[in-house]
Write a protein that binds this ligand. Sequence first.
Ligand code: ATP
Ligand code: MG
Length: 140
Amino acid sequence: MLERTLGIVKPDGIRRGLIGEILKRIEDSGLRVVALKMKQLTRSEAEGFYYVHREKPFFNDLVDFMTSGPVALFVLEGENAIERYRRLMGATDPKKAEKGTIRSDLAESMQCNTVHGSDGPDTARFEISYFFAATEIVKR
Ligand code: ATP
Ligand code: MG
């Protein structure tokens, strides 16, 4: 199925200059970048984005981390884009992520895990519209 998914290079990835490396892996996998921008998230933007995690013990630290510097936001498109990008990223905990995945190769910790990707079709729709207007997404 042709899908779109939202990806983020998190602040730790931006600080370490990994935007190019991450987009290279994505493009090499055949997924198409159809929207792309830099943004400094406000506290309330980060809280709204991670609303499903609001009761988790790590929520406050997660919001601190996600607002600690700018992020790169992008929309990917392709057949089964959601699952394919999740596989490229690897498991949430980089120590448990498969070798060759972005998180296994590049991430620092469970929190500073360098990238985000939507985890399902409903989440993808919510997350894309949270950050991008329809007019910011290109056809290619
Ligand atoms: P993401 O949603 O960022 O793509 P994910 O879907 O793999 O990651 P989630 O369970 O949605 O993981 O958690 C969201 C984010 O919260 C994680 O990517 C990580 O940055 C942080 N996080 C999750 N679990 C923990 C934890 N136990 N301790 C610290 N941070 C955590
Ligand atoms: Mg998630």
